[in-house]
Ligand binder design. Structure first.
Ligand code: GDP
Length: 444
């Protein structure tokens, strides 16, 4: 995950001031020196760092902190608020045109992740907002760009508008919007051409598309790994074309975080989304406050809850609860639960969203072995329906067959069955305790 170095440094600085009952100006100065270094080390733009330090210092030695009963905590609160403000304050939503379709132009340099992100955004609009976008292939220069978008379209089962690579991109964009109107698409996402560097020709083409289709949003896709280069690219695109927001990709990589912290301040345009992987569902709305919270080790419980809600089907959860109560929980249900947990994302990433997780030094070294979960899944999948419902019928020869079918040693099959048996025992005890509790309650 990105920001690890910055998070470590800031958290150890905050640790020193947290419990202080009295905070002097000298304390604040010393702390600010460390914060400044941490930000610079994270490749945050120099001017942005200076302004940030100035704001936090002024507030930290001000009345609101000095007079409070917990000045140490107050200083941290100030840092968090200013960090949130630096990244844009509120979450910035996507425009909705009063006269559909809403037109979004996707722009950016080659390799930033523009085409992938166009697919991710379409997927997000449909899954989270129930929209029906049309993807438009307007990059006629990069040989594989049209094909790439068509492949993405197929993966998410969405139409891709293309007129091949012989038609002018401005005409493609115009025709696509007309087509979207006829076919009742509520969003149009135009994947425009990228270049290795910003050049006049590219900007002219983008300006012409902009004039022709009057987009509601122009999203610049930039690669977070490129640090201050990403910030400079954002500045140029904004000055020359005018953008409405930024999508920061590859935040799953080992980026120091400088781009995420500087872009808003330098361009005054919000970060709308962040890309957290190559897969089509790895795009998340950017929440400045949650990000600040994560950087300062206060966890990101809200995102965790949202992930859980998105991957757990409420009906299924109710059904499961009933099965547990009536003791009809089978290995099939167990399998279902495992897959729901896995849908939430890599387990070690999830753990890091817990408050204080950054301070648990061992956590970075914990590698949750997802392979083991897959092995358990393979074992269960090699059982017959009857075996999954009544594991007690699994005798030695059945065990051998299951082990062979799943490619796992027989000891693992034994271990799984034993664990499942114990889990059921525990459920029984819990259910009994609940029943007793209820009876006692009724006596009162
Ligand atoms: P384009 O030239 O800007 O259209 O870039 P592409 O969409 O072809 O992406 C370039 C590469 O970056 C591809 O290999 C993508 O899979 C990868 N990529 C895009 N977004 C992300 C992201 O958020 N995380 C990671 N790890 N890779 C990404």
């Amino acid at each position: 995950m990105a920001f690890e170095g910055l998070a470590d440094r800031l958290q150890s600085t905050m640790q020193k001031i947290r419990g202080k009952g009295k905070v002097t100006e000298a304390d604040v100065k010393a702390m600010m020196r460390e914060v400044r270094l941490a930000l610079l080390y994270a490749d945050v733009n120099l001017k942005v760092v200076k302004d940030f330090i100035k704001k936090v210092s002024e507030r930290a030695v001000g009345q609101e902190v000095m007079r409070s009963l917990t000045p140490g905590q107050q200083v941290i609160k100030v840092v968090k608020e200013e960090l949130t403000a630096l990244m844009g304050g509120e979450q910035s939503k996507i425009a909705v045109s009063p006269k559909p379709p809403t037109v979004i132009m996707m722009v950016g340099l080659q390799g930033a992740g523009k085409t992938t992100t166009t697919g991710k955004l379409a997927n997000h609009l449909r899954k989270k907002h129930n929209r029906n976008p049309l993807l438009v292939a307007a990059d006629i220069y990069r040989p594989a760009a049209i094909k790439q978008l068509q492949t993405l379209g197929k993966q998410i089962n969405m139409p891709v508008f293309t007129l091949g690579d012989k038609v002018n991109p401005v005409d493609i964009a115009k025709k696509a919007v007309e087509q979207a109107r006829t076919d009742h698409h509520d969003y149009v996402l135009i994947d425009t051409a990228g270049r290795l560097h910003i050049d006049g020709e590219l900007m002219d083409e983008l300006k012409n598309i902009k004039d022709a289709v009057k987009p509601d949003e122009i999203f610049l896709v930039v690669d977070a790994m490129t640090g201050q280069d990403a910030v400079n690219v954002a500045k140029s695109f904004n000055e020359q074309l005018g953008i409405t927001g930024v999508i920061l990709t590859k935040l799953d990589g080992d980026t120091r975080g400088g781009a995420a912290l500087s872009i808003r301040a330098v361009t005054e345009k919000p970060i709308k989304f962040v890309g957290l992987g190559e897969k089509l569902d790895q795009l998340e709305p950017f929440h400045p406050e949650r990000m600040a919270s994560r950087i300062l080790g206060m966890g990101d419980v809200l995102t965790l809850i949202e992930k859980a809600q998105a991957s757990v089907d409420e009906e299924k959860a109710k059904e499961l609860e009933k099965k547990m109560r009536t003791m009809s929980f089978t290995l099939d249900d167990f399998l279902e639960q495992l897959s729901q947990v896995r849908n939430m994302g890599p387990l070690d990433e999830l753990l890091k969203m817990l408050p204080g997780a950054g301070k648990m030094k061992g956590l970075n070294n914990i590698h949750i072995d997802e392979k083991q979960i897959r092995h358990v899944e393979a074992i269960i999948q090699s059982m017959t329906t009857e075996e999954k419902q009544k594991p007690e019928i699994i005798n030695a020869s059945r065990k051998r067959r299951i082990a062979k079918g799943s490619g796992r040693p027989i000891q693992e099959v034994n271990r799984l069955l034993k664990q499942f048996e114990e889990m059921k025992k525990m459920m029984k005890q819990m259910t009994n305790m609940q029943k007793k509790g209820k009876k006692r309650g009724a006596l009162k």
